[in-house]
Write a protein that binds this ligand. Sequence first.
Ligand SMILES: C[S@@+](CC[C@H](N)C(=O)[O-])C[C@H]1O[C@@H](n2cnc3c(N)ncnc32)[C@H](O)[C@@H]1O
Length: 254
Amino acid sequence: MTTWDLPAGSGEDWVAHYDRGRPGWPDEVASLPGLAPSAEVLDLAAGSGKLTVVLRKRFDAVIAIEPQPAFRAILREHIPGLDVRDGTAQGLPVGDATLDAVFVAQAFHWFANRDSLDEIARVLRPGGVLVLMWNLPRGPWVPSTLNAERILLDRAPALDDAVDPLDFSRAHATDWRRIVEDSIFGPIQERRLPNAQILDAEGLMAYYASMGWIAELPDQERIPLLNEARSRLTADRYRRDWETMLFWCGLQPQ
Ligand SMILES: C[S@@+](CC[C@H](N)C(=O)[O-])C[C@H]1O[C@@H](n2cnc3c(N)ncnc32)[C@H](O)[C@@H]1O
């Protein structure tokens, strides 16, 4: 059985595809001015732990908060001993003023609102930092995957002309910046970091299978579609250059 050849409608299958196929984060995202290894930090909306593993390399104390049980199970399996908690950005299971930084990777667009920012501010110590990041594509898969993608794109839902149905990163395009600038967090600083991803053909299929619209197709459509795309992938390895857009801002004195 191939990795994507599983019944649709199961969040656990989707999270496994997510974990295998989506890009991770460069180590530099954890090296921010003023955040020493002794800092106590939170990975909010931790997913399967792609950022958590990077934070654990740098910081002594890392908490991961994730609302989806299937992701929490992967977090516990991948990172034994990790402090994993069920919670949302609007209700963090963390005490007042107990953390030095809250990191949010590829997720802030889901809760870019005043309630979440107030809640994040509540758990930060004075001078604490909010760190946001998104991966954006900076080139196509190499070697070309167009032959495989054509079969997927033929089945893709009609989206805005500017939107690529096989590019998850469009989700960051909210007005999150204005919302943060209007909050009690200070000026936003930013850095761009190169972030290459290399996958074998099965991993690339997991990337495609992790697209929400593909995961939601009924089995009788999804499995043959993915098998047809897989038959068109002939290379052993595929590489893609992403760019990590890193943003951080401090909690302003009140
Ligand atoms: C695209 S995943 C990102 C996962 C991980 N941070 C990464 O870098 O791969 C988005 C995550 O946001 C989480 N999420 C969505 N809404 C949330 C909310 N209101 N509070 C906390 N997490 C949320 C989802 O459960 C999911 O794990």
